[in-house]
Design a protein around this ligand. Structure first.
Ligand SMILES: [Cu+2]
Length: 150
């Protein structure tokens, strides 16, 4: 009887100490994380995403895959915003072609079937311009497209 109540008292003491210690430990961890871990991983992803969205307002690189074939470009029109950095990956399919955009001093080498070349420039002038293929009579037979800077 007496022995039994001592035994129960012991269990209560252990449980109280255990729970109390656990609660204290959690509060200690929370307070220390509030003070010292402001730059903890939880806030890092938010900074990364806000960083990338501010980067897009600084300079946006617009990338276009343009395929030149006999005798057209695909797509036939591309549109960007003034100030955009423009990256064009031009690929020739089914013949010898190039990509020329005089107004921005852009041109690729003459590419044969399957070859591709990337050109990059800044669309610093607004307006509607024309890109074309300078090989033979390709431009005259319709191998041209519209480059629009808004
Ligand atoms: Cu061509």
């Amino acid at each position: 009887m007496n022995k039994n109540s001592i035994y129960i008292f012991g269990i209560v003491v252990v449980v109280v100490l255990g729970v109390g210690g656990f609660v204290w430990y959690r509060q200690y961890r929370q307070s220390s994380s509030m003070e010292g871990l402001e730059v903890a991983p939880t806030s890092a992803p938010a900074e990364v995403s806000s960083g990338s969205s501010s980067a897009t307002t600084e300079e946006e690189v617009k990338e276009f895959d343009i395929v030149g074939s006999n005798f057209k470009f695909d797509p036939q029109t591309i549109t960007v915003k003034k100030g955009d950095r423009v990256k064009i990956i031009f690929k020739s399919v089914g013949g010898m072609h190039d990509f020329v955009l005089d107004d921005f001093d852009v041109s690729t080498e003459t590419l044969s079937d399957g070859e591709e070349e990337t050109v990059e420039f800044t669309a610093d002038t607004a307006g509607a311009f024309e890109y074309y293929c300078s090989i033979g009579n390709h431009r005259a037979v319709g191998m041209k497209g519209g480059f629009v800077v808004e």
